[in-house]
Write a protein that binds this ligand. Sequence first.
Ligand code: C2E
Ligand code: CA
Ligand code: CA
Ligand code: CA
Length: 277
Amino acid sequence: AKEMGGRQSVFFDEAMGATVAQRFAIEQALRRALGAQELRLYLQPQTDATGRWRAAEALVRWQHPTQGLVPPAAFVPVAEDCDLIAPLGAWVLEATCAELGRLARAGCRLPIAVNVSPRQFHRPHFVDEVLTALRRHGAEPADLVLEVTEGVVVDDVDAVVERMRALTSEGVRFSIDDFGTGYSSLSYLRRLPIHEIKIDRSFVQDAPRDAGSAALVEAIIAVAERLRLRVVAEGVETPEHAAYFARWPHVLQQGYLHGLPEPAAAVLARWLADECP
Ligand code: C2E
Ligand code: CA
Ligand code: CA
Ligand code: CA
């Protein structure tokens, strides 16, 4: 397409490796896409060891008119570098709260986790945005989980804690994403008001066969138990991964084995019909 500088391949390169011109092209196209309602909300289940849904993660996709379904790796990093992460994040929050409101009216509760980028978290009106979206859709704050990475702590931990508390005091919950890949994971566990950690895919996938990864996974789960935090293992792809984590029945599993990310409305309609308690 013309607005992408005539480069059909622009979205197939990892956005991180894109040139300045490609990034600019993506930015222009994304700006248009936000107005054209081209974003889509997908959901992936977080199940217990038996495969039963306990929660879900919201993952954004871009339904591009010519490029097809574009994965977030191709545009979220670009959005983070310009002012587009704000409207993109707001859209995901609205779409998620709309689904949570529908579930609540159907008498069924399923927590949904939303990824929040550091730039979005630090915007002045972030707390208001979240609370307003929940209210507008009649969603239960306790059903909204905000996934942040350690990157959310840029310099002032106390300011981050204060902002998180403004939301947790309303019932919203926080999860630490990609846990174990940052620098100061353990110290943050004690300081941030979180209720869940997600063990990074790299440890999860290596744990069944690699003693070092297994030691890390087991240590993370032991610490989480002591701190009364929930644990999600991400990237559960094989029966071997699932069997490894089944020894901790309270550890939730997320990965292609239990379910691919699918369009939210369709997958929730199916869940309501088949599984809602
Ligand atoms: P993430 O938050 O770590 O999300 C998990 C990613 O792992 C998703 O990729 C998911 O589809 C993928 N995944 C799930 N199960 C498996 C598995 O068994 N094996 C493997 N190899 N991968 C699995 P996805 O949807 O492409 O998203 C990539 C990243 O984009 C996310 O990583 C997140 O950092 C970001 N992202 C996605 N949606 C949003 C959003 O709405 N807002 C923000 N700020 N970032 C988002
Ligand atoms: Ca995530
Ligand atoms: Ca993750
Ligand atoms: Ca990740």
